[in-house]
Design a protein around this ligand. Structure first.
Ligand SMILES: [Zn+2]
Length: 382
């Protein structure tokens, strides 16, 4: 690319980002309620974390909780502290009959969100509680349990981990310590917990949120979901039925989708992202695209889809098509680059979708997504 053209693109990007930030600022101040998610001293600013960029993190000076977790205009900005008690409940939302969602920040993990950058949820049945995902640290796992205790004293019967990624799985040890909780996960989760990946990723988190990562340990599931892709395991708990689908390894070592049958709510995990750009560093993008088609067809009449990141969404679930169109476009672009013999670095440099620039985590994930998909296309085409 010519230097002048590149400079022009950079200027356009800066103007676009500034515009979006200004718009969000207006939205945040324009009548939306602000609430303090936590109390206590704010951490000192100005200390940059290794490999982290403040643009993608949680703003330490702004506490914000939207009114609703369904079709929310703006995601929360919840600031947590190292000194918060593990017994302190987190903010939660009622999203259906006896169904609750914890709506995490849209950000990279950092010392202000302390791993609360993904969603989780729980359903209170007549015979106990079923939890979907465990949040990103052992301490958040304990705070999730404290949140459940605020709603009910019924026993926690199951924890379903939708996939092995830290933001969904690293709170599981708190449920293990509680005892009596059956942990359900994809069979691929076993491959992950015996891999070196878990060590590297836990060490990274310990480097800036050590208090929250104390007592971390991998949790081996009690119930494994395996079998052919799109097959299911059914849990009956009290008055509720949970169909747990194996959707292959599209985003991780193994991904699940949970259908809460009577309420017709679908917990889709990271099969689609809402209010942010997807992350493609694991799994398989071709599987992701046909799993998204399966999801839209199978659950066209669902009342609600709850993603792993971003607000829950009502029909027709635009986040699914939006995530899919991003993936398709990246695949097409990288396939063309591979076919034309364009060097890997040039291909990644050129992979820019201007209309995505205002979407959260775009600048953070675009290059690594392009990098991952280029490698995939090399494998698929040769
Ligand atoms: Zn996730």
């Amino acid at each position: 690319m010519m230097p002048r053209k590149r400079a022009l693109l950079i200027i356009i990007a800066i103007v676009a980002v500034a515009g979006v930030v200004f718009a969000l600022f207006i939205i945040a101040g324009g009548g939306s309620p602000r609430q303090d998610a936590t109390s206590g001293q704010k951490p000192a600013r100005g200390e940059e974390l290794p490999q982290q960029d403040a643009r993608f993190g949680t703003d330490p000076d702004r506490h914000y909780l939207p009114d609703t977790a369904i079709d929310a205009q703006q995601p929360p900005n919840i600031v947590l502290e190292a000194t918060d008690s593990p017994e302190e409940p987190l903010p939660y939302y009622s999203i259906g009959p006896n169904t609750y969602m914890l709506f995490g920040n849209i950000a990279e993990v950092d010392r202000y969100n302390r791993g609360f950058n993904g969603n989780a949820g729980f359903v209170v049945t007549a015979e106990g509680v079923v939890v979907i995902d465990s949040l990103g640290t052992p301490k958040l796992g304990r705070r999730l349990i404290a949140t459940i205790r605020r709603v009910t004293d019924k026993p926690i019967r199951y924890l379903i981990i939708t996939h092995n990624h830290p933001d969904h799985a690293y709170g599981a040890v708190a449920f293990r310590k509680l005892g009596g909780v059956n942990v359900v996960a994809h069979k691929g989760t076993l491959d992950y917990i015996y891999s070196e990946r878990i060590e590297t990723s836990a060490a990274y988190r310990r480097s800036f949120i050590p208090e929250d990562m104390a007592d971390f340990a991998p949790v081996a599931p009690d119930t494994l979901v395996n079998g052919p892709r799109f097959s299911k395991v059914t849990l009956k708990v009290g008055d509720r039925t949970f169909d747990i689908y194996n959707v292959g390894r599209h985003h991780s070592f193994g991904d699940l989708v949970v259908h809460q049958v009577e309420d017709n709510i679908v917990w889709i995990s990271d099969l689609a992202f809402n209010q942010r750009t997807t992350f493609m560093g694991d799994g398989n993008s071709r599987q992701a695209i046909d799993s998204q088609n399966w999801l839209l067809k199978k659950f066209a009449n669902a009342k609600l889809m709850v993603p792993g990141h971003g607000s829950a969404q009502t029909s027709p679930f635009p986040m699914v098509k939006k995530t899919q169109s991003y993936m398709k476009r990246l695949r097409e672009m990288m396939a063309k680059a591979v076919e034309e013999g364009i060097d890997f670095q040039d291909a990644v440099d050129r992979a820019d979708f201007p209309e995505w620039r205002g979407t959260r985590l775009y600048e953070l994930n675009q290059r690594s997504n392009a990098n991952f998909v280029y490698r995939e296309m090399e494998q698929e085409l040769f």
